[in-house]
Design a protein around this ligand. Structure first.
Ligand SMILES: [Zn+2]
Length: 329
């Protein structure tokens, strides 16, 4: 097998869909590439996930401009991953004044944002082919914590009035990272989940909190959403389809983590753990977009967590290559 990452060989453009889900909510999806969500009010617009580069963000902005000329005031970072956040600067020319993230995401950008940017640029050459348009890391201007605003601490939940539509933003619990944040338009029952939920695409868990992730998915299920923009995969319409995506993600996370725990208990090495995980994952998920790309990172993290490593080890471009060579050689 080739030593290049599976995703480095993937250079074919995806078909982008910009689709209205409710009176004020839109999905920008791309056949398994990272999605964005858009909430368009009478006064302002929120974009959930900025895309990988400013050049790429300009495509999303052009689509928004076909339906609204209002300022794109808020950019929500659902988590710190480079493919989600590095396009943010493009919105500053469109009226953006606030970049929103959770306290956990802010801390992860401080701790590993630079390494993540380098590593993701090498993992996804197609998404970062305009990397020269990225001015640097994206820093939040508005941080959501779990604190008391009266004491000057960051509040646990933000409620944003966009004019005729209100968006709630909060951290529902750890999962894809320890800082995942969602946007929820309660009146229209539309959920923007970031990578906490995927559908028929690889579920990247290389920086995840696998043990806690299922409980976070159940917290999202309890919202009773009628539409969902997942991190990757098509927008889901109708509560039954929303639940299908939640079930899909939960099955991936639980199967992966169960196999990794078995491998750890049996004292396997990483390569044997990979083979053990494949026996359960390949038949169910082997066909989906970026499966082969995600799996080695997923197994590495799941195996670490099964052995008691709570804080995911930082991926660097170098560690990426070493892991890939040892697992896919
Ligand atoms: Zn992610």
């Amino acid at each position: 097998m080739s030593k290049a990452f599976a995703s480095q060989a993937d250079l074919a453009d995806k078909k982008i869909t910009f689709e209205q889900l409710s009176a004020h909510c839109w999905a920008y999806t791309a056949e398994g590439d990272p999605n964005s969500g858009v909430v368009i009010g009478d006064k302002a617009i929120l974009v959930a996930d900025a895309t990988a580069t400013p050049a790429m963000a300009r495509d999303l902005i052009a689509r928004i401009r076909t339906v609204s000329d209002k300022p794109i005031k808020y950019v929500l970072l659902t988590h710190y991953h480079a493919v989600r956040v590095l396009g943010a600067s493009a919105y500053f020319d469109e009226g953006a004044t606030e970049v929103i993230a959770s306290q956990g995401t802010y801390e992860l950008i401080v701790e590993r944002g630079k390494e993540d940017m380098q590593s993701e640029m090498e993992r996804f050459p197609r998404l970062f082919r305009n990397a020269e348009s990225v001015p640097g890391l994206t820093w939040p201007t508005m941080v959501i914590g779990g604190g008391n605003p009266a004491k000057g601490e960051a509040p646990g939940k933000l409620t944003l009035d966009l004019g005729g539509v209100t968006v709630q933003v909060w951290h529902p619990g750890p999962g894809h990272t320890r800082g995942d944040t969602i946007a929820w338009v309660e009146a229209e029952k539309v959920l923007f989940s970031g990578d906490l939920v995927e559908y028929e695409a690889g579920v990247y868990t290389g920086d995840a909190q696998l043990e806690e992730w299922p409980a976070t998915l159940e917290a999202l299920r309890a919202l009773g959403a009628e539409a969902l923009v997942p991190g990757r995969g098509e927008a889901m319409k109708g509560n039954a389809n929303v639940n299908k995506a939640l079930d899909y993600t939960r099955r991936w996370v639980e199967t992966l983590y169960r196999c990794a725990r078995e491998a750890a208990q049996a004292d396997m090495d990483l390569k044997a753990a990979m083979a053990h995980v494949r026996k359960s994952m390949d038949p169910v998920f082997g066909h989906v977009f970026i499966y082969e790309h995600c799996l080695p990172f997923d197994v590495s993290r799941a195996f670490d967590e099964a052995k008691g490593i709570k804080n995911p080890r930082i991926w660097t471009a170098e560690r990426d290559k070493e892991m890939w060579a040892s697992l896919q050689a």
